[in-house]
Write a protein of this length. Structure first.
Length: 258
């Protein structure tokens, strides 16, 4: 992947041109990329791109690398929104915009707001919305959780709120050193020892932002599915369920505003 990117070729072309001599400037680019990868820098940051939900997304070091586990968040939202005419939803902690853009790509009548505390991340999200021709239906706003939506004419009537918020506690020994060293801390870590602190805050705010019967779907950490389910049930959400990812890990908690 690094060689194909460095030479601006398709991966197939590496086999078709296997005997092609490389110029010194090309070799230098490849050595730099391999050196960075050796330091643990994610491949997506070196190539500037990552596939998510069968779509290519531009990625910079200002956003998390989109992961297959988060596709479950898109699937949960699609299952709910597919039969809603002209749905409106909010993607909290939008990052690269991969969740919102994937949903908008599948739901041509939908409109979305993406919120994030990171201005550079919002710039990446807007670029990805442009790339996939959904920018006219995607509104990227700066701020925490649902605060940027306050005053919006649809507030209280959103069909869904979806989020992959930070849910890692600093010092957690299960976190990859490469992830901790290279991906943006603001998108990874919560403040303090509670991995669900942001999920809890979002769940409370969503009670006033969603329409009755509207969907809240949140990605949580590998050990937090049960606690997240209890959290939503205690707040009064209906039909609370936890969806496992492809590895069998309870990953997506969802519930409906009563």
């Amino acid at each position: 992947m690094l060689i194909a990117h460095g030479l601006r070729l398709r991966r197939l072309d590496l086999y078709l041109q296997f005997d092609r001599p490389l110029a010194e400037d090309e070799l230098a680019r490849l050595r730099d990329a391999v050196r960075e990868r050796g330091r643990g820098v994610p491949v997506a940051y070196l190539t500037g791109e990552k596939e998510f939900f069968s779509l290519p997304f531009s990625v910079t070091r200002d956003v998390l690398v989109p992961r297959p586990e988060t596709e479950g968040l898109v699937e949960a939202a699609l299952a709910f929104l597919a039969d809603v005419p002209a749905p409106r939803f909010v993607d909290v902690g939008t990052g690269s915009g991969c969740v919102a853009v994937a949903l908008l790509h599948r739901l041509p009548a939908a409109r979305a707001i993406g919120t994030d505390v990171s201005a550079p991340a919002l710039a990446v999200a807007r670029a990805n919305a442009e790339r996939h021709a959904v920018a006219d239906r995607y509104d990227a706003r700066a701020g925490s959780l649902l605060a940027p939506c306050a005053g919006d004419e649809a507030f209280g009537r959103y069909d869904a709120v979806v989020s992959n918020p930070p849910y890692l506690v600093r010092g957690d020994p299960t976190i990859s050193k490469a992830v901790a060293a290279h991906e943006p801390p603001v998108a990874l870590f919560v403040d303090g020892p509670d991995p669900l602190v942001l999920a809890a805050g979002l769940a409370r705010e969503a009670l006033t932002a969603l329409r009755p019967g509207g969907l809240l779907a949140i990605e949580v950490g590998h050990a937090d599915g049960g606690a997240a389910r209890t959290l939503l049930e205690d707040l009064g959400y209906a039909d609370v369920a936890v969806r496992c990812d492809l590895g069998g890990v309870p990953r997506i908690v969802r519930g409906l505003r009563p």
